[in-house]
Design a protein around this ligand. Sequence first.
Ligand SMILES: CC(C)(COP(=O)(O)OP(=O)(O)OC[C@H]1O[C@@H](n2cnc3c(N)ncnc32)[C@H](O)[C@@H]1OP(=O)(O)O)[C@@H](O)C(=O)NCCC(=O)NCCSC(=O)/C=C/c1ccc(O)cc1
Ligand SMILES: O=C(O)CCC(=O)C(=O)O
Ligand SMILES: [Fe+2]
Length: 355
Amino acid sequence: MAPTLIPSDLTEFVMLQGNGVKGLSEMGLKSLPSQYVQPLEERVINVVPQESIPIIDMSNWDDPKVQDAICDAAEKWGFFQIINHGVPLEVLDSVKDATYRFYGLPPKEKVKYTKENSSTKHVRYGSSFSPEAEKALEWKDYLSLFYVSEDEAAATWPPACRNEALEYMKRSEILIKQLLNVLMKRLNVSEIDETNESLFMGSKRINLNYYPVCPNHDLTVAIGRHSDVSTLTVLLQDETGGLYVRAPNHHGWIHVPPVSGAIVINIGDALQVMSNGRYKSIEHRVSANGSKTRVSVPIFVNPRPSDVIGPLPQVLASGEKALYKNVLYSDYVKHFFRKAHDGKLTVEYAKICQV
Ligand SMILES: CC(C)(COP(=O)(O)OP(=O)(O)OC[C@H]1O[C@@H](n2cnc3c(N)ncnc32)[C@H](O)[C@@H]1OP(=O)(O)O)[C@@H](O)C(=O)NCCC(=O)NCCSC(=O)/C=C/c1ccc(O)cc1
Ligand SMILES: O=C(O)CCC(=O)C(=O)O
Ligand SMILES: [Fe+2]
């Protein structure tokens, strides 16, 4: 029988020795360690079966009907899937393969990239979201890569996945600009150019998420309720399923079904703030799976850490009252990373208190 791990051993094994929850899963545990047991209200969700987020064909992305569909989805759902998006399907398959390759490395290779050992803050391998702050841990391993330059990536990103992650980022660039141009037009912001590009897409982070098979999977979560702090997120999921987004009426959760070749797009907090609440950064969560390993690869498209985010002047020009104040983006992101996932509460940090 697999041994029961006491708390200090668990942190040592999962985090410090670099085994991750993948290592726990592969020990053949028959029951979930208590540290991963989530409160009941986080585990049990009310799924709305008849609802679904839009699937938008991007082949004619400059057709006004397609542009309306994108902006309407960003306003109502905050989440949509896109097909015929221009990112080659081989590039998507390669980055998923590279994710398996990285996690297939022995722990002594992966441990080189933990917070304690990594040669740079821009490369970090970890487990759960914010273990020091969490009451219950999440059943997820991640590799998070903050992009600075090709040269820095060549020198510091793990060779097992570096080229594929870079290629996926590079080949998504045109798509990201198309989406931002469309979304900005509705906000009366003219073209994305060198004067405003950095505010909307000046920094990027790519995460390789690994969710191994989980014993008693319904007692825990793979990722708890949160909204992304990005401008927008370009999210590649595999064929497993398990991503749920909050329904617009707040009465339940909608599954995001895997669609072969599609990419999921979601609006992040930075764009909710800049659009003064018009575009919605929607809460989402990922369920743990009892029989299948799942991987996902989000590209978080962000302002630069040194940018100040707040409602855009073009949005407030009509006299609309500002709902958010101006905040330094790196302060906002640090606030997010310092706490456990807590649904939509991060954005309170930027809200103007109404009297
Ligand atoms: C604030 C950053 C992230 C780091 O600043 P720093 O000055 O280099 O400071 P540190 O490296 O010391 O990190 C600050 C804190 O953030 C934590 N952190 C530093 N990267 C990380 C990291 N990838 N992971 C989880 N903690 C981290 C880090 O542990 C540290 O916490 P603490 O040790 O308690 O002070 C800075 O690079 C920055 O402003 N970046 C802007 C671009 C950016 O990364 N945006 C975030 C997009 S990510 C997103 O939308 C959603 C991500 C997400 C991720 C996981 C989920 O489960 C769900 C969602
Ligand atoms: O795995 C997924 O589908 C979603 C991941 C996610 O929400 C995140 O990394 O922020
Ligand atoms: Fe997310």
